[in-house]
Design a binder for this molecule. Structure first.
Ligand code: 3UK
Length: 515
């Protein structure tokens, strides 16, 4: 049996007579399983013609459209390793990932290309840039060394089988950020895609062939990749892809247009949807039967308001880039808001103290997880790999308590990291962006809860000289452009000095007390 995941997720459907079923729809186009099979076959052949060989990396800086699955599965078919990248990252961080992964090919959505162009010349390994227009029209004009997506695959034959691969072989990478240092490429194997579909997808989500899945979380996140790609594809179901920013208004419009049966979002989006006057039963889709949340903890009042307003419960579950998808989750019939639920069938968890011993129920410790979808390690990061992937157990860095009813409750992080809209924020990075502004002498950033109980950055700054009233807005814009649009401080407090230890280290825990 070919362990190449493309065999199970793509070719199996065509062979077993499901080729005419729709796999993906986006605002402009749709793709059946047979069309995906053919287009990904052409894409695989085109990679070969471009000289991008097996085990070499292909970066995907792509908005969610039907071209994304063609590129992803096309790469897997060829044994080329796709590296989906967060499209919200500023160009210097995208360039870091392209360089670190030694990507030889890049597929980039046309609207994202201008910002990337200045850094592409500095990437010696990059030999091919494929430009994808969201609506599928030929991009114009393609610059030197660039080619439009349709043109790239047009001359190729679709027929070849996926290359024979072991299920244990690296299939794709996903980058994850840490509190300090550069993002780390987690290397995932072919078998992990099937493993998450067989566990969370089948046994918690309960996705079936006639479901229509819509995930506001994008395909470049592990969360979105499972939601909109592998879970529906495991059963021959359909996914809705949305290239736009998932604002509440855009999400509600998509709900009305595509009427999904299952919806996936992050807590911040659920809060935004509840604040939209248009929200009501079914959230725009009369067929909606299940909602899921991940990325950060879902505050209990938010879940309760959603159930009351929309009439469908939200299953909150914790997953990670390292574990590929959700491994502890609330389940239909076993849900308690304010908790992450219970281990997903197929995963074992432990809560341990600093010495590594299991703690009793009701006591907090670090959550460890053991399951079939753990990454093989981080690319070229041996010390971090050995720390995180401790044999069969993977460290989450999250503090958890198991309650007497067996439900697992999130209690914060062991490090200074926090999530905003389900995406990591390192306080160090935001502080660095703030002090790179000429008006700021020093900065310290901590998480503060907004009125929905969701964490957002709060900055304490020491100014070089007194500032005018518009400075705060300028600083927010500065942070957005330097390190990423979701990372800017929602509140800024000007202080005379920051609390520090004798050795000059900022005492964030004292500032957290003020948050
Ligand atoms: C935090 C949660 C409380 C937690 C992810 C679903 O978020 C995902 O992956 P990341 O690598 O971050 C992992 C970290 O995020 N977290 C995620 N979900 C929850 N905290 N409650 C939750 N429900 O700190 C975890 O260690 O960005 C989520 C599926 C795949 C994923 N990669």
């Amino acid at each position: 049996m070919n362990g190449n995941a493309a065999e199970f997720f793509v070719d199996r459907h065509v062979r077993e007579g499901r080729g005419e079923r729709t796999a993906f729809v986006d605002p402009w186009r749709s793709l059946t399983y047979a069309e995906l099979h053919a287009a990904s076959g052409r894409f695989a052949a085109a990679l070969g013609r471009a000289g991008i060989g097996r085990e070499r990396r292909l970066a995907l800086v792509m908005l969610d459209t039907v071209d994304f699955p063609v590129a992803f599965w096309g790469a897997l078919r060829a044994g080329v390793v796709p590296v989906p990248v967060n499209t919200l990252l500023p160009p210097d961080q995208l360039a870091y990932i392209l360089a670190d992964s030694r990507a030889e090919g890049l597929v980039v959505s046309a609207p994202l290309l201008p910002a990337l162009l200045p850094v592409l010349d500095q990437l010696p390994d990059l030999r091919r840039v494929v430009v994808a227009s969201p609506d599928g029209a030929p991009p114009e004009p393609a610059g030197p060394g660039q080619i439009g997506f349709a043109e790239f695959i047009a001359a190729e034959q679709p027929g070849a089988d996926p290359v024979a691969a072991s299920a244990d072989e690296v299939a794709f990478w996903l980058y994850s950020s840490g509190s300090t240092g550069a993002p780390k490429g987690a290397r995932h194997v072919h078998g992990s895609l099937r493993a998450t579909a067989d566990t969370y997808g089948a046994q918690v989500l309960g996705i079936a062939p006639d479901d229509v899945m819509f995930s506001a979380a994008k395909l470049f996140f592990a969360y979105g990749l499972g939601n909109s790609m592998t879970f529906p594809m495991a059963v021959g179901a359909q996914a809705v892809l949305l290239p736009d920013r998932p604002t509440p208004a855009a999400v509600l419009a998509a709900m009305q247009r595509f009427r999904p049966t299952i919806f996936g979002g992050v807590p911040t989006l659920y809060a935004g949807l509840l604040a939209d006057p248009a929200i009501g039963p079914g959230a725009g889709s009369a067929r909606l039967r299940r909602c899921i949340s991940a990325g950060e903890a879902l505050p209990a009042p938010l879940g309760e308001r959603w159930s009351a307003t929309v009439g469908v419960d939200i299953l909150d579950g914790i997953g990670s880039t390292e574990m590929l998808h959700i491994f502890v989750s609330n389940q239909p019939g076993r849900l308690r808001y304010g908790t992450s639920g219970v281990p997903v069938p197929g995963y074992a968890v432990r809560i341990v103290d600093e010495a590594g011993a299991d703690v009793a129920d009701g006591e907090s410790g670090e959550l460890l997880v053991n399951g079939p979808s753990a990454a093989e390690g981080y690319w070229n990061q041996r010390a971090k790999s050995r720390h995180t992937f401790a044999g069969e157990w993977t460290r989450t860095g999250d503090t958890y308590i198991r309650d007497p009813d067996g439900m697992y409750r999130y209690c914060g992080r062991a490090d200074d990291m926090f999530k905003v809209s389900g995406i990591w924020v390192s306080p160090f990075e935001v502080e660095g962006a703030l002090v790179s502004h000429p008006a700021v002498l020093e900065a310290a950033v901590v998480a503060r809860e907004d009125r929905d109980g969701l964490t957002k950055p709060l900055a304490f700054i020491v100014l070089r000289e007194p500032a005018d009233g518009a400075l705060h807005e300028r600083l927010k814009e500065h942070v957005k452009s330097q390190v990423g649009p979701w990372k800017y401080p929602r509140w800024i407090e000007v202080v005379d000095a920051l609390p520090k230890t004798a050795t000059g280290k900022i005492q964030r825990y004292k500032l957290r007390g003020l948050a």
